[in-house]
Design a protein around this ligand. Structure first.
Ligand code: NAP
Length: 267
């Protein structure tokens, strides 16, 4: 039995992860955490997440309950995730991080902690998107420099980071496949007299509207044709199930930084 603690428990993702954890007989919800002062603290997480009484009360201190966990699943915000990772590492547990929007320095710090404990870090935990990361590599490699590459992502109005972690990972995977440095060729917005498009740039455009769960299109534009590869998430459950699969997979692994391609056996 793997004991999980879910941080960001009152959030959109945290709630679905806790509800769906009931479908996994080898997982047990051992704790739920929220930010100090959040109105969910002290309440039973069950009714808050849309299920019956669970017997698990929302806490506000990971330090206080980390002893109950094998794996911490974190869908919060970068600053919270970094604090949680430090605690998880100090206690020698495992961590699944779905939070997005980390800076380069934070990613380096996560990499350092993953030298001590197993960590799955994935900006998108759906099977479909992780399969796409693989497909995009092949498509970009074959099309090479003859096709302009643009990524368009759309999410709900409440999303805090932009572009999405998924769009950034798609851009990274594609840039590596065509031997470009994303720091040099990434173009994140256009306005005014911008001149002709350079052949090497990779455009990443952000849309925020309504309740869109998550949509990503990668467009390869050539002369006389274009290819568009699109993924649309219609429910957060696809990400939540991925996180739970990762929590099962990570238990007993050696220290290291893993992603969903490792979890899903796509490497
Ligand atoms: P959300 O609804 O805003 O939930 C985040 C939760 O974390 C909130 O309950 C928030 O509490 C809590 N939180 C924020 N800062 C905290 C802190 N310092 N300490 C403790 N708790 C804190 O957001 P969401 O839609 O669930 O998304 C959460 C993260 O997951 C985002 O980074 C998002 O991009 C990412 N995400 C990843 C995937 C994936 O597949 N990897 C899929 C969807 C979303 P307050 O409300 O009090 O701030």
């Amino acid at each position: 039995m793997n004991n999980i603690i879910v941080t960001g428990a009152a959030g959109r993702m945290g709630g679905r992860i806790m509800v769906l954890s009931k479908e996994y007989p080898d997982l047990r919800l051992a704790g739920a955490l929220e930010r100090k002062g959040n109105e969910a603290v002290g309440k039973d997480i069950g009714p808050l997440a849309g299920m019956g009484e669970s017997g698990v009360k929302v806490g506000d201190s990971l330090e206080a309950i980390i002893g109950k966990a094998d794996v911490v699943i974190d869908f919060t915000a970068p600053s919270a995730a970094m604090q949680n990772l430090e605690i998880v590492s100090r206690h020698g547990k495992a961590m699944v991080i779905g939070t997005t929007g980390f800076s380069k320095n934070e990613i380096e710090t996560i990499r350092r902690f993953a030298g001590e404990i197993p960590v799955v870090l994935a900006p998108n935990m759906s099977v479909g998107v992780n399969l796409l990361f693989k497909v995009l590599q092949d498509v970009a490699r074959v099309l090479g420099d003859d096709y302009d590459i643009e990524i368009i992502e759309a999410h709900h109005r409440l999303k805090k980071d932009a572009p999405s972690g998924t769009a950034l990972k798609m851009a990274q995977v594609i840039a590596e496949a065509v031997h470009r440095n994303l720091d040099e060729v990434g173009v994140y917005a256009r306005k005014g007299i911008i001149g002709e498009r350079s052949g090497k740039e990779i455009g990443i455009q952000t849309v925020r509207a309504g309740d869109i769960v998550g949509e990503h299109t990668v467009l390869f534009g050539g002369l006389g044709e274009r290819i568009e590869i699109t993924h649309k998430a219609s429910s957060r459950d696809t990400f939540a199930r991925g996180a739970l699969k990762a929590a099962l997979w990570i238990t007993g692994r050696r220290a290291g930084l893993y992603d969903m391609q490792d979890v899903l056996g796509l490497k």
